[in-house]
Design a protein around this ligand. Sequence first.
Ligand code: NAP
Length: 320
Amino acid sequence: MKAITHNTFGPPEVLGLAEVPTPEPGPGELRVRVMATTVNRTDTGFRDPQYLLVRLFSGLRRPKNPILGSEFAGVVDKVGPNATRFKEGDRVFGLRTFRFGAHAEYLCIKEDASIATMPRSASFEEAAAVCDGLMLAKNYVGRIDFARSPRLLINGGTGSIGCAALQLAKSRGAHVTVTCKTSAIGLMKELGADAVIDYTKEDFTIRGERFDVVLDAVGKSTFFRCRRILVPKGIYYSSELGPWWQNPLLALLTPLLGGRRVGFPIPTDRQSDIEMFRDLMESGKVRAVIDRVWPLADIIEATRYVETGEKTGNVVIRVA
Ligand SMILES: NC(=O)c1ccc[n+]([C@@H]2O[C@H](COP(=O)([O-])OP(=O)(O)OC[C@H]3O[C@@H](n4cnc5c(N)ncnc54)[C@H](OP(=O)(O)O)[C@@H]3O)[C@@H](O)[C@H]2O)c1
């Protein structure tokens, strides 16, 4: 089969199209013919790890997973021994967080892993584009107490995590303010934002408005800058470690002090999450936001674009 592989860490140019053996599903596994995948920030972080922490997962000296790609949508092509949950021909989508393998024509996955039948009426490209952002967004949004009608500020509503967090929080009834560039204001309103701050014109940390939760989905602020816009027991989340890894450290310290605090939950995913994402898409509460679609052969170009940090939503790779 064709796959995009890399045998060394480095810039997008370490990626190359290669012919590799097609995997065979083992007991309890399915083989999926991948129709669409994405290049996301997890892929780029594992291809060129900047932190020792990431190297513990990506491989210390060379890549542990030569084929990247954590999101996929496709068709079950072969069912392994004792696998009963899916059948050949099922349209499926899901996540291979830290296991990867979706930048290829086929992948094998345990039938009880993060895989579910696709949302009705979604295209393969749309289904491939939702899981990573929603999983990371759920990691934060899933911890918010929505019974208290929280006011949430999302810094960077236009990234993959931001678009997902905005839609997820709105689906649970929160009042959501987002920041974005001028040209994305319309999109943010379409996705349900109650208020939009143009970050090119205004600093969201000095407006005087208070929030129960600040989620920095682009990791561009700090807790210390955002403290003043949090209510006294407010919580700050960031998708980045922050300067000198301050966010995980503050997540340990600030809860002991009893006031405003930092949360830094470790993302996890399971099959029930993918089923929930499917239900959210089918009910129209969440939709895929796709910036551009590239063919598999153009993955280096797609990766360069993702690394600009300027994509809106997701970059999809059409595999078949
Ligand atoms: N914690 C984790 O496990 C994890 C996993 C994956 C990614 N991440 C991190 O999460 C961050 C977001 O990733 P992503 O894939 O969702 O999005 P992304 O590709 O980083 O896109 C960021 C978006 O935010 C906008 N933006 C940039 N600077 C901004 C600012 N100062 N204020 C408001 N908007 C801004 C960009 O548009 P313009 O620049 O055009 O305005 C772009 O649309 C990245 O830093 C990534 O490394 C964390």
